[in-house]
Write a protein that binds this ligand. Structure first.
Ligand code: ZN
Ligand code: ZN
Length: 174
């Protein structure tokens, strides 16, 4: 009788202890993943990973989570993305074609791969100027108000556009 009660009590205490351990691991995982991912699915999956193991036996789940979790927290990732942005800016606008993503030189007016317009020659000094700049950084000429030059610069290599041979309306014979 006493022995049985002891066993039941022991099992109960052990069970409660294991449950609390399980709960602690689940809560810790939840807090940890929230710092590492804003993605709800990732959060749910991580908690589920440590939760699905039997109470008290979820240490394998915890180890698995520690292996799989995002290495850096959201704050760390944010700091890193800021750094990368600065680096990208240093590389320079126009280092890559905005249309086809091919590498281009900073002074290219047109993308040699897809013919997209990258820059415009300054109306006064003819140096390549970004389409987003307001004035030419080399000579100070305002963009869009060229001095004695045509507003649009045409690439010398540009292919002549064949005239469209569409019949005028009404000329078609039925
Ligand atoms: Zn291109
Ligand atoms: Zn200029």
């Amino acid at each position: 009788m006493n022995a049985t009660t002891g066993i039941v009590l022991g099992a109960l205490v052990g069970g409660v202890w294991l449950f609390l351990l399980w709960l602690g691991i689940v809560i810790w995982t939840y807090k940890d993943i929230r710092e590492r991912s804003r993605d709800l699915f990732t959060q749910a999956l991580s908690v589920f990973l440590v939760m699905m193991f039997f109470p008290g036996l979820n240490l394998p789940g915890l180890l698995l989570y520690l292996l799989l979790r995002p290495r850096e927290t959201v704050d760390e990732a944010y700091a890193r993305s800021l750094e990368q942005e600065v680096l990208l800016r240093e590389v320079g606008e126009g280092a890559m074609c905005h249309k086809c993503q091919q590498p281009v030189e900073k002074d290219f007016l047109f993308c040699p791969y897809c013919q997209a317009r990258l820059r415009e020659a300054c109306g006064r000094c003819r140096r390549p100027v970004s389409l987003f700049w307001v004035v030419c950084p080399y000579c100070g000429a305002p963009r869009g108000a060229p001095v004695g030059q045509p507003a649009t610069y045409r690439a010398p290599a540009e292919e002549p556009v064949a005239p469209l041979r569409e019949p005028a309306p009404g000329t078609e014979i039925s």
